[in-house]
Write a protein that binds this ligand. Structure first.
Ligand code: NAD
Length: 332
């Protein structure tokens, strides 16, 4: 159904609970894979990100927006970080997606963005694993055990025939949440040191709030795929910049990778240049070979772009409408 047809049917309001009900990991994977491909072809654009400290409630508030001309998805994700929310029983990260009819500019959907953010971030690393990891990968390494980590683990586990999860977190008391998911998925689980994690893992996901390298280049074996997902702001860092110099580096969006992504440090130190970073969409489109040998280290810098949010929100809105879920209202 075209957005213009949807718009005449009113605005659908899709709450967090409905998002959880209607959209699957497979839906999110397909939506994110398609939009990464469209970005690499120049068919989809992210607009400049706005992010401001508002001087109230210690909050960081902003917008991520964009237009996917191929999928006809136009909109924005508004929200940010309210550090006092946890004490009120709310999630600190809060976001809502607004979708607009690209033919008329009229609002077509309001979609809760919290669950979808975790789903689309996990879909992003998953897409990188699907396209870049060795087919014979058997051990998955998880660095990080916060809110995002279980979404990451569930999505990654679907991409290869993993047998075992090795995990390390700076705060070891958080590891049981990952072990519970590994147990549920029937995967062996071992808490290890970060050096041991590098020695065992074929695929590694980093998803922490670190501001200094947690994983050193010498710990990573040839043939490993590493998805760096935690660094989404200037100053954050999860891995040794020397690892980026050694690896084939891929990303969702090069402009974000060099400014707010994991590559910011290697680029600032002159270890790699912007031209050394390939959009993963080029691999999806068949314009880049991706992994060119079994021994290459591939590194995906997943910075998180607004178009990912819009892609999954548009699927959630369509599925909610099809199933008669969510409130429908009219602006007149
Ligand atoms: P969380 O607060 O639930 O968990 C934080 C994780 O980082 C835990 O593993 C914790 O042990 C670790 N950690 C906290 N402080 C640290 C420090 N100073 N040094 C090293 N590790 C530290 O957070 P979350 O929701 O799981 O998010 C994790 C990270 O992912 C955040 O940095 C967040 O901004 C980022 N993120 C990225 C994207 C993206 O698209 N790339 C999307 C969502 C979140």
């Amino acid at each position: 159904m075209m957005d213009s047809q949807i718009e005449t049917q009113g605005i659908v309001i899709v709450g967090e609970d409905i998002c959880e009900q209607v959209i699957s990991r497979a839906d999110a994977f397909a939506a994110v894979e398609q939009v990464f491909a469209a970005m690499a072809r120049g068919d989809a654009y992210n607009f400049p990100v706005v992010r401001e400290a508002i001087g109230h409630a210690d909050a960081l508030y902003g917008f991520k927006s964009g237009f996917d001309r191929a999928g006809l998805v136009l909109g924005l994700k508004a929200g940010g970080y309210w550090p006092g929310n946890a004490a009120k029983g709310l999630t600190n990260h809060q976001s809502t997606v607004c979708l607009f009819d690209p033919d008329t500019g009229r609002l077509s959907a309001l979609v809760g963005g919290n669950y979808l953010t975790a789903l689309r971030t996990a879909a992003s690393s998953s897409v990188s694993i699907a396209h870049l990891a060795r087919k014979d990968a058997r051990v998955l390494g998880m660095v990080g055990a916060g809110h995002q980590s279980t979404f990451q683990l569930r999505a990654a586990a679907e991409q290869r025939d993993f047998e075992k999860v090795v995990a390390w977190n700076p705060h070891p008391e958080m590891l049981p949440r990952l072990q519970a998911v590994a147990d549920e998925l029937g995967l062996a689980f071992e808490g290890v040191s970060p050096e041991e994690l590098g020695a065992q893992a074929d695929v590694i996901i980093t998803i922490t709030s670190a501001f200094e390298p947690l994983i050193m280049a010498d710990w990573i074996r040839p043939g490993t795929h590493i998805a760096c997902m935690g660094t989404d702001t200037k100053g954050k860092q999860e891995v040794d910049p020397a690892l980026l110099a050694r690896a084939r580096v891929f990303t969702d969006e090069v402009a974000q990778s060099v400014s707010i992504g994991e590559a910011q440090h290697a680029v600032a130190q002159g270890l790699i240049g912007e031209g050394d970073i390939t959009p993963v969409g080029a691999v999806i489109n068949g314009d880049h070979a991706g992994r060119d040998s079994q021994d290459a280290i591939t590194l995906f810098d997943g910075t998180g772009v607004g178009l990912q949010d819009l892609a999954v929100a548009s699927v959630a809105a369509r599925l909610a409408r099809e199933r008669g879920l969510g409130e429908v209202v009219r602006l007149g």
